[in-house]
Structure formats: structure tokens, C-alpha cells
Design a protein around this ligand. Structure first.
Ligand code: GLN
Length: 379
């Protein structure tokens, strides 16, 4: 067949996890926790299944779960969300992003994407016949160069994608960024796609700048979230999207013929568990401790830290001690040192190599110790 994604191979997350498994390496590559999720939440799924919640639920998601998500959005971000018209439960955050792009994009449209970018964004744009307009985040700090954004807006600009906390760099957007974004899109037809799957993993006392805080943005935005990141259950593939009613109406036209509806028992369980505010309010502190622990351990290695302020990733540079490409080093570390990471060039369309690796620190302390122990002798 004629490939619709001829420049695309297998996602780096699968490649590195497979390599890790082959070599019995500690996997700090693909982002997922290695500690158990809440036992109570597991029991709630069990209870829901035994109580007969095993058939299709509402196409847009279990009504009670959507009601509670709307209440949470009001409490955390002061947003007035209509759960019937503005929330759809999706099989994961990546699916929500794909669906939002497919809902909006026409061939020839342009989408502003900041690089490094999560690896699904660009293929998802291209499969819709649209064109990614790439803007590098500004080093150090990986901040958005708003002047450059202004200069890249054209009559064809249909969307701007933002992601905070950011995968892979852990950078976070500030109030000033949101002000700039609002200014740029005001009076245009540009739609914002905001990937906020790490909303509850934000460190150093910084407040998450959700699009939900900004009514003028929300009316032109799709905001994507993930239960997997918040409740340590990435394998559940559960997330949701919030948007303006008119956008959500179109989003659901795409969703209904793709996934249609998501796992019922898990939605019943989440609807009950979500009332435990502490589970998500304590998450940033919990994960910050892991970041700090990992960072301290890494001081004994030759790697240079590029500080993360959110997500469960931290990037480290090695250009001062090796000329290898990041892919070469990532493979060598997996094979010879038994530790898998993600080469950050995988987050660039043209594979730009800054000699940086991404490490996932959502792991037990022993796992982090076991991983870093091996890196101490690296040269
Ligand atoms: N979001 C995860 C990461 O960045 C990976 C998800 C996936 O493997 N598709 O590591």
C-alpha cells in the first residue's frame, strides 16, 4: 500500500521498552510508574464489574464521572464546564489529541508545534493532510519564543499546540505565556490544543496554568487530560477531553465512529475515587520527592541535569563527555549498562540531536538506585 506515514517508523517508546526487555535493563525510558496504583481504586473496578457495569456506557462517557470532572475543573481552575456538552471520556490522552486534530484539520492547514514535541503530534497532523510549522523551544529553559510564533502565523494557521508540564523537557508555562497566547489568537480562527496530561505533576510550588483558567482561550480550545498519569495506571488507557460545546460536538462525531465508548467499570470506579481530592492534590509533592532523589543520585554520574519543573521526566545532557548520537548512547546504555532511556532527538521531526537523554523518575527508590549505580562508571 501507499504509506500514509512514510517517514514514520515504530514509536521510540516501544523501541526502547523492547530493547530494555531484551537486555533485562532497568527501564527509565517509556513513561510509566513501576510502583502499584491505589488498591482501593482496583477494588472499586472489581466491585463495579461484579455489580454488572460490563456493557457499553454512554458514548460521551459515564455521566457521573463527567459531572465530577466538571466539579473538579470548577474547584481547581474556576472553570464553568457543562459536563453534557463539554467533556468526553477517551481511551487515553493520545487518542484525545488525535481526535481533536482530526476533528479540526483540513488538508493544507498549518499547525504550530513546539519542538521537542511529544512524538505523536507531528504524525497526527500529517495523517490529516495538514502541515506542522515547527518552532524550537528556547534553550535553556525550553520556553516559547512568542515573537517567533507571531512571525509564523499565516492565513493557513489553524491550530497551536501547547503542552505543559512538557514532555520531554519538564518545562512549564507561566501566566505570561498564557497572556501572550491569548493575545495572539484573539480575533483569529486559530484553535488551541492543550496537552495537560501532567497537570498534577508540577513542582517547585508552581501553579499549573490550565487553559481551563482562561475563558477566552477555552472557547477555542481542546484540553486533553489523562487518568493514567494521575492514578498510576497508564495501562488503563483512560483520559478525557474538555472543550467549548461547539468544538465538542464535532469532536464527538469523530469519536463515535472510532472508539464509541470507553471501559465502563473503570469509569464507575473513577467516578467514586475522584472524590478523594488528596489523591491528586498530593501527587506533585510525591513526584517532586522522586525527582529530587533521582537528581541527587545523578550528581554522581557525568550527566548534566536540565532541570524539570513538571511531568515525570528529567532530561540530561552528555555532549561534554561523548560524541555519540543520542540514539547510539541510549542503545549502548541499554545493552552495556542495563539502563534504558529515551533519546530526545525522537521528539524532533528532523531528528535534531542536542545530545540529551530523557529519564523517567516515576519509579521506586530502589529502581532509581539500581539504574544510576550503573551510570556512575560511565565514560
Ligand atoms: N507518554 C509516555 C512517554 O512519554 C509514553 C506513551 C506511549 O508509549 N505511547 O513516555
Amino acid at each position: 500500500i501507499h504509506s500514509k506515514l512514510h517517514n514514520v517508523g515504530t514509536t521510540i517508546f516501544t523501541v526502547m521498552s523492547q530493547l530494555a526487555a531484551e537486555h533485562g535493563a532497568v527501564n527509565l525510558g517509556q513513561g510509566f510508574p513501576d510502583f502499584p496504583m491505589s488498591d482501593e481504586l482496583v477494588s472499586l473496578v472489581d466491585k463495579a464489574m461484579r455489580n454488572g457495569w460490563n456493557q457499553y456506557t454512554h458514548m460521551n462517557g459515564l455521566p457521573l464521572l463527567r459531572e465530577r470532572l466538571a466539579a473538579k475543573a470548577a474547584q481547581l481552575y474556576g472553570a464553568a464546564i457543562d459536563p453534557d456538552a463539554q467533556i468526553t471520556i477517551t481511551p487515553g490522552g493520545t487518542y484525545a489529541i488525535y481526535t481533536a486534530l482530526t476533528t479540526v484539520l483540513q488538508p493544507g492547514d498549518e499547525v504550530i508545534v513546539f519542538e521537542p514535541a511529544y512524538d505523536s503530534y507531528i504524525p497526527n497532523i500529517e495523517i490529516n493532510g495538514a502541515k506542522p510549522v515547527l518552532i524550537p523551544l528556547r534553550y535553556p529553559g525550553y520556553s516559547i519564543p512568542w515573537d517567533e510564533v507571531r512571525s509564523k502565523i499565516s492565513g493557513r494557521t489553524r491550530m497551536i499546540m501547547i503542552n505543559s508540564p512538557h514532555n520531554p523537557t519538564g518545562s512549564v508555562l507561566r501566566e505570561e505565556d498564557m497572556r501572550q497566547l491569548q493575545e495572539i489568537v484573539a480575533g483569529t480562527h486559530i484553535i488551541v490544543l492543550s496537552d495537560e496530561v501532567y497537570e498534577h505533576l508540577i513542582f517547585d510550588g508552581i501553579a499549573h496554568q490550565s487553559v481551563l483558567r482562561y475563558p477566552a482561550l477555552l472557547e477555542r480550545s481542546f484540553v486533553c487530560f489523562s487518568f493514567g498519569k494521575t492514578y498510576h495506571c497508564t495501562g488503563w488507557k483512560m483520559g478525557y477531553c474538555i472543550s467549548a460545546p461547539s468544538l465538542m460536538q464535532e469532536f464527538r462525531k469523530v469519536h463515535q465512529f472510532n472508539c464509541f465508548s470507553c471501559d465502563t467499570s473503570k469509569q464507575v470506579a473513577l467516578a467514586e475515587y475522584i472524590t478523594h481530592e488528596d489523591a491528586y492534590l498530593s501527587l506533585s509533592d510525591f513526584m517532586q520527592q522522586k525527582r529530587d532523589y533521582f537528581r541527587k543520585l545523578m550528581e554522581a554520574t557525568p550527566f548534566r541535569c536540565i532541570p524539570s519543573h513538571g511531568s515525570y521526566f528529567e532530561c540530561y545532557g552528555y555532549g561534554h563527555f561523548s560524541n555519540e548520537t543520542d540514539k547510539e548512547l541510549a542503545i549502548r546504555l541499554t545493552r552495556e549498562y542495563g539502563i534504558a532511556t529515551i533519546p530526545v532527538s525522537a521528539f524532533y521531526k528532523e531528528g535534531k540531536d542536542d545530545k540529551v537523554l530523557r529519564f523517567c523518575f516515576a519509579k521506586k527508590e530502589q529502581t532509581l538506585e539500581r539504574a544510576v549505580e550503573k551510570l556512575v562508571h560511565l565514560c
